[in-house]
Design a protein around this ligand. Sequence first.
Ligand code: TRH
Length: 365
Amino acid sequence: MANCISLTTLRCDIFCRVIDNYGDAGVCWRLARQLALEHGWQVRLWIDDPAPLALLAPDHASGPVTACRWPTDFPAVTADATADVVVEAFACHLPPAYIAAMAQRTRVPVWLNLDYLSAEDWVGDCHGLASPHPQLPLAKYFFFPGFDAQSGGLLRERDYDPRRQAFDADAFRAEFALPPQTANTLTVSLFSYPGAPTARLFRALAAARQPTLLLRPGSGERAFTEGNLSVRPLPFLPQIRYDELLWTCDLNFVRGEDSFVRAQWAGKPFVWQIYPQAENVHRMKLDAFLDRYAKVGAGDTASNTAMQALHDFWHAWNGEGVIDWNHFGAALPELTPLAQGWSEHLSQRPDLATNLVQFCLERLK
Ligand code: TRH
């Protein structure tokens, strides 16, 4: 890790505490890269556990973001060692010594709490609200990702479309020794939490008429074939290449937050396993997204039958009901244009990094 305390002129410090899995680091790294590459900010990512970065961005040490180990006992720093923009990711609580130094700055920093993504309507009412610090001359702004213009938007790199246009799916398949694409085989990617009903899904795919090639990145599981199902493990791909897997497939099972967003950009049918929360709070978040998604699909792109099949399959995938692959699989020809339309609908809006830069420049005195 770089020697970070000595750096003096800084534009943005992002603080990330890795709760579990990859998403905290995944979201923060993606944001940090965009702020550095697309907006020219000097960005440090303070992360308490750099292990996920080694998988997400094996070349992270080569820049453009300076990854710093967030020590348990963050030392006292001077005001000029703090940044103009400070992003507190997912309410990770900044080091008190750092907050004290922020308060000493001649130019008050813009302090953002980057929250978790939700499709719920209340996000638009909370996005951008300021919360004054009780003792210090500082205010923290709540910055909510989201699916509409009242939110902070979604992370999407400027080079996403050119990367996709340059992508060679055959070369990707050859690189991972996968069979060439055939019209009749369904290619599926699966990234899920341990509680997902994968055994039931595999049995249904094995018994289905259509052959399925199912790719499991980072699962460590073995390859096997059962009936019409062929399961192949893949290595955990660097974050920049995970998009390529999603583009290769006809259907993507994703989870959490960042892979969920990436599947939407890919414009292929997807199934989302939401991060489980206490008292089933996550079910409201799941339905809030399905409501938005159905509104876009309610037009000419998907019938009520297809939308019902999607709704029921998503609920079953999240532990509510039984997996019915026949209905969901039969709906895929209608769900594909729906996914494409949704991706195009979302990509009309400014991306989250652009919105965040605008938000901060308006508040930097
Ligand atoms: O790993 P996750 O379950 O992370 C979760 C969620 O972010 C959740 O919101 C948060 O509360 C919890 O962490 C603490 O799922 P997510 O968000 O999809 O993050 C996975 C990251 O890993 C994402 O950036 C995509 C990336 N990835 C790769 O880069 N290569 C891969 O091969 C795979 C499978 C994923």
